[in-house]
Design a protein. Structure first.
Length: 252
């Protein structure tokens, strides 16, 4: 009788590549910024700040649907720059956040946004490209972003810089836990690989090896994150469009 556990382990060890990146992208959506209509490829400081604002919203423990709805409220109010955030004031920001469904975090987030935007204007004239230019390397860039204000932590910085990869030279964050989870479940990387730098190298290599533009690598990262967030983490395997290619499929 075949040992089921041993069979699964052999599958992990020998079948590291199940689907191509292109296959994954056919069924899982890519960048969150693109879904919001933010054109980061232009490098325009206004577009970059829009994504920074959205990243702050995404950084809270709240559903993606509420974040998107809240961002749309900011968009509808024309509050999409550091100066416009300050002009809106604390009461106005709380109203916008409440309409978007951000009520649980409205007071805290309004205060955080005012603090951060004040710093962005004072230090960088409202242009985050200036912040990037002054950074020495990717890790220094991350620290400079966190220094913009209390409440900007590793999660928010990773969300923001993941989609700035290929736009800012020094934007090169390590893969998040969710990206790693999906990559391992799909056997894109070995299950025992822990080094985040090596994981990033391997994922980039797969993307480039399929003839894909490295500037579009954030789409691949975002797709893996969406996969882990919406299916892997929830153990919603039966609804996952890639369930047959997942190591977990062999355990059912």
């Amino acid at each position: 009788m075949v040992d089921r556990h041993a069979s699964v382990e052999r599958r992990r060890a020998t079948a590291l590549k199940c689907k191509t990146a292109k296959d994954i992208m056919k069924v899982i959506e890519g960048r969150f910024s693109s879904a919001l209509g933010i054109r980061l490829s232009s490098g325009d400081p206004g577009e970059i700040f829009k994504w920074f604002l959205a990243s702050i919203l995404f950084g809270a423990r709240i559903s993606e649907a509420i974040v998107i709805r809240t961002y749309r409220e900011f968009e509808g109010e024309g509050v999409l720059s550091a100066g416009e955030v300050l002009d809106k004031g604390w009461d106005g920001l709380v109203e916008v956040l409440d309409r978007g469904g951000y009520a649980r975090y409205d007071f805290k987030t309004a205060t955080k946004l005012l603090d951060i935007c004040s710093t962005v204007i004072k230090r960088y004239k409202g242009d985050l490209n200036i912040l990037h230019s002054g950074a020495v390397d990717p890790r220094d860039l991350e620290e400079r972003l966190k220094a913009l204000g209390k409440g900007i932590g590793d999660t928010t910085v990773n969300i923001f810089l993941r989609e700035m990869r290929g736009i800012w030279e020094k934007a090169d964050p390590l893969p998040s836990d969710l990206v790693v989870m999906a990559a391992k479940n799909l056997r894109l990387i070995p299950s025992d690989l822990q080094d985040r730098k090596e994981i990033l190298v391997r994922l980039k290599r797969q993307w480039a090896g399929e003839g894909m533009d490295i500037k579009d690598f954030p789409d691949f990262e975002a797709a893996l994150l969406r996969l882990a967030k919406n299916f892997c983490r929830r153990t919603a395997c039966m609804r996952c469009p890639l369930q047959e290619d997942c190591v977990l499929e062999g355990r059912r």
